[in-house]
Design a protein around this ligand. Structure first.
Ligand code: PLP
Length: 385
């Protein structure tokens, strides 16, 4: 192990410098609470940035998905369709509700939900009389899913869409902000995301009443009474006024962060895309990805090295790279869960998992750090082919 080499991380928090100002304001006014002026402002500023009517700041992206399912009245015996190639947080809230997840494969162009797999799943569910209560569509690593095709199918069967835009804040699809095309959209401000509050999330919608209800549910569902009265079950999911202060400063630099991450992608692409056996995640036509993480596929027979060995080599060089998400239908947690592949003999997400690597992509990376990763990969692959 070359432990003398400085570690290059996958994606680190990148502060703008203004965070302290909003935190100080909170301290000076003693708003050290969940709720408060930073929370209200962060919600309004985020809603206006992405162009939706309403937003509620919550404690995590996972909490935002959970609230969306609760608002759509998902319960035991209900089904929810979900992208299979994603982080477990996309689907855990389905289990919180006691509902049944059904996983939908990726398609090769975007790596996101396959419209043809979704169509088959919907057709079969309609025949069985068990259509899902919601479809959770993930925009992986900033790349937009094929929303026109997916929306068309969901509209046809009248199924609401929850966009899991945890990784795609700042991305656009045909001019629309990622997360604003479904009935609900969710963002995450976890430490490794494109902007962060250290931990937090946001639920957005054009349905103001639904967001009001989410705000009520996220605040222990406290009735408006002169004492603590509760008629239904709620949650403690609100964001603190301190963290919302960090979020406000981060939102101010979101466009810069997108620009920086896209530049990192471009640099990797320029230097590595001609290597045999290395291909990059596309960008779908008429969309702009925030390029949260630069991801490549390694074809062992052409590159002379497997994805697994390349990751091991990178790690020995103190460079943090990761496998692409392990598909949820392959997770022990979801053993036996229904799954619809892209086509009868094409399991796209499984192939992407086998060959996919996320490269260090933090917006705070220096040019020298990017070059260290690039040169290391160039050397490894060049000596083998
Ligand atoms: C990070 C992430 C989440 C969860 O967000 P948290 O804020 O960590 O709860 C959900 N879905 C995807 C795709 C993510 O990457």
């Amino acid at each position: 192990m070359l432990i003398d080499k400085e570690k290059i991380y996958l994606s680190l928090a990148h502060m703008s410098g203004n965070e302290q100002k909003y935190i100080n304001e909170a301290f000076e006014t003693n708003w050290i609470t969940p709720l408060g002026p930073n929370v209200d402002a962060f919600e309004i500023e985020t809603a206006s940035f992405v162009g939706v009517k309403a937003a509620v700041a919550v404690s995590s992206g996972t909490a935002a998905i959970h609230l969306a399912l609760q608002l759509l009245d998902v319960g035991p015996d209900d089904r929810v369709f979900c992208s299979t190639l994603t982080f477990v947080a996309s689907a855990n809230p389905i289990l919180y509700q006691g509902a049944e997840p059904v996983f939908i494969d990726s398609e090769p162009e975007t790596w996101n939900m396959s419209p043809q797999a979704l169509e088959r799943a919907l057709k079969e569910a309609a025949i069985e009389g068990k259509l899902p209560k919601a479809v959770i569509v993930v925009h992986l690593y900033g790349q937009s899913a094929k929303m026109d095709e997916i929306s068309y199918l969901c509209n046809k069967y009248n199924i609401p869409i929850i966009e899991d835009a945890a990784e795609s804040l700042g991305s656009t699809y045909k001019g629309k902000a990622s997360g604003t095309m479904g009935t609900f959209g969710i963002y995450s401000f976890n430490g490794n995301k494109i902007i962060t509050t250290s931990g937090g999330g946001m639920l957005v919608s054009n349905n103001r009443d639904a967001i009001e209800k989410a705000r009520f549910l996220a605040t222990q569902a406290k009735d408006s009474a002169p004492y603590y009265q509760h008629s239904i079950m709620g949650f403690n999911y609100r964001m603190s006024n301190i963290l919302a202060g960090i979020g406000r400063a981060q939102l101010e630099v979101l466009n810069e962060r997108v620009r920086d991450r896209r530049a990192i992608f471009d640099y990797y692409y320029q230097k590595l895309s001609n290597l045999p056996g290395i291909t990059f995640m596309n960008e779908l036509k008429d969309t702009q990805s925030n390029r949260w993480l630069t991801t490549i596929l390694v074809e062992e027979k052409d590159a002379g090295i497997s994805c697994e060995s390349l990751l091991k080599n990178l790690s020995e060089e103190n460079i943090e790279a990761r496998h692409v998400w392990k598909p949820l239908h392959l997770q022990p947690l979801f053993k036996g869960t229904a799954y619809y592949s892209h086509s009868e003999n094409e399991n796209v997400a499984e192939l992407l998992f086998e060959k996919g690597i996320c490269l260090p992509s933090g917006s705070g990376m220096t040019k020298e750090q990017q070059e260290r990763v690039i040169n290391f990969i160039l050397n490894i692959i060049k000596v083998r082919v």
